[in-house]
Design a protein around this ligand. Structure first.
Ligand SMILES: [Zn+2]
Ligand SMILES: [Zn+2]
Length: 154
């Protein structure tokens, strides 16, 4: 699926929080960590790494939760203050945000290029070996960025 024309918009279930993404993300991948299973209610969540400067919150307020990862890093999770849709995370790395792909108005183009935390994937999920996969977290996300760029070259 080709990338859309940017900007694209997204938001929460009740409509209070709206955001705009002004340029293509750096990557899109699945996270199979236990926390993502709990928060999404599914077997994985789809993470979309974007540059902070390409992201704009247009309306609404978020409430945050400081989640302590196994690594000891604190990840600030943002939820709509009214309906509590999980919308994005601020990771400890400066300059990027991690958006939940499912909160986009249209997510057809967000085909994941990889998987992280496959060690904790649920038993019935098959990981495509042709993708960029990590058994734990991706300390260096460069391979995920490169795979996304490759997938969208003309
Ligand atoms: Zn809401
Ligand atoms: Zn996760």
């Amino acid at each position: 699926m080709a990338l859309p024309e940017f900007p694209v918009d997204g938001g929460c279930s009740c409509g209070a929080v709206r955001y705009r993404l002004k340029a293509a993300p750096l990557s899109v991948y699945n996270c199979h960590c236990k926390d993502c299973q709990r928060y999404s209610g599914a077997a994985w969540s789809i993470s979309m790494i974007v540059r902070e400067g390409d992201f704009e919150r247009v309306s609404g307020e978020t409430e945050t939760y400081d989640r302590k990862a196994d690594s000891g890093n604190v990840i600030v999770m943002h939820f709509c203050a009214a309906c509590h849709t999980w919308l994005w995370n601020d990771p400890p790395l400066p300059g990027i945000k991690v958006l939940r792909a499912g909160s986009l108005d249209r997510m057809d183009w967000t085909r994941p290029v990889g998987n992280i935390w496959t060690d904790s994937k649920t038993a019935w999920v098959d990981i495509d070996p042709a993708l960029v996969n990590f058994t734990k977290g991706a300390v260096d996300r460069t391979p995920l960025f490169e795979a996304f760029t490759r997938a969208h070259q003309d």
